[in-house]
Ligand binder design. Structure first.
Ligand code: MLT
Ligand code: MN
Ligand code: ZN
Length: 314
């Protein structure tokens, strides 16, 4: 008798939104990128705001962040609307990596859910979303939120229905949002990265769209992964200043710039194992220009730029 072959399903990652807050082009922005895209003079893709969906079985999906663009993002991926009932979704849980507007406002658009939304986030994020930006309080008048607290002490967690997947939150040094009761007084758990393991195939994704600093723990997670989807917000530390857009530096907003000494690219260069993909790209970032030298520099380093609709199979 022929031996039974066991078929292992891969972990699938859908990039729903690859831009930072504001998207690309941003509604009121006339930086060279936004203007170039709008007028057709720039070869680049429009991008919606930061979110991914991950599945271990192709049926049940964990949503990472809920962006203000979520309605169109969900419509664009058939697997997220399996249509098994008069009201249905492929999303079985939502993980928030921070309490920022671009990562959380989409929860409002999910208010028609027929039961409370299963939301996994840290105590710090919960605090912001019930005080400075009381989204969870507002949602109580609709479907409500079933909050699952995320440990930041390295204890893995699983999600009922998210078959074969195991998650571990990794606290990141970043900044709490402007409306946080502890803005400028960073707390562990304001921002996390997430290690996502496929227990069937042992493949690992490390997802960290907002990353201010790479400490030893973060570095270990980056080097051990099969794929990293990491913060590509800004090319230079003073990018917003240069365009006269804001006085904030990348580090003021909790983002590690890509270029320069100690920048994200120099760190990614030292990693030999993972596939390297940048995500959460701000509209001012020159890597969005597909014909520019910065994009060429990424290609030479083997670094990819996430785009809306990108599918990664591990
Ligand atoms: C950030 O990550 O810094 C945000 O994209 C800022 C915002 O959404 O306003
Ligand atoms: Mn953001
Ligand atoms: Zn712009």
């Amino acid at each position: 008798m022929a031996p039974l072959t066991t078929f292992k399903l891969s972990m699938r990652i859908h990039v729903l939104g690859s831009a930072a807050g504001g998207g690309f082009p941003q509604w009121n922005c006339n930086c060279p990128n936004c203007k170039g895209l709008r007028t057709g003079f720039l070869r680049a893709r429009a991008r919606s705001q930061s979110s991914i969906a991950v599945s271990g079985n192709g049926v049940d999906w964990v949503l990472f962040n809920a962006s203000p663009d979520i309605r169109t993002q969900l419509v664009s991926v058939a697997a997220l609307q399996p249509g098994r009932g008069v009201r249905d979704t492929g999303i079985c849980a939502i993980v928030l990596v921070d309490a920022q507007i671009d990562h959380t406002t989409g929860l409002m658009m999910l208010r028609e859910h027929k039961q409370p939304l299963d939301v996994y986030c840290t105590n710090m994020v919960y605090q912001d979303l019930t005080t400075g930006y009381p989204l969870f309080r507002v949602l109580e008048y609709y479907c409500g939120v079933e909050w699952r607290t995320l440990s930041i002490d390295g204890e893995p967690f699983t999600v009922p229905r998210a078959a074969n997947l195991r998650f571990t939150a990794v606290p990141l040094r970043s900044e709490a949002p402007p409306y946080s009761p502890h803005r400028h007084n960073p707390h562990r758990g304001d921002t996390i990265g997430v290690k996502i393991e496929d227990l069937d195939t042992s493949k690992v994704l490390f997802y960290a769209p907002g990353l201010g600093e790479v400490d030893d723990q973060v570095y270990r997670n980056l080097s051990d992964a099969d794929c990293v989807l990491v913060d590509g917000t800004l090319w230079t530390e003073d990018e917003l200043l240069r365009f006269g857009i804001s006085t904030k530096l990348a580090s003021d907003m909790g983002h590690l710039a890509l270029s320069g000494e100690g920048g994200m690219l120099s760190i990614l260069d030292t990693l030999s194992q993972p596939r390297k993909v940048l995500i959460h790209i701000n509209n001012t970032n020159p890597i969005l220009n597909e014909d520019g030298p910065e994009r060429q520099a990424l290609i030479e380093r083997g670094i990819e730029v996430a785009y809306d609709g990108m599918e990664i199979v591990l």
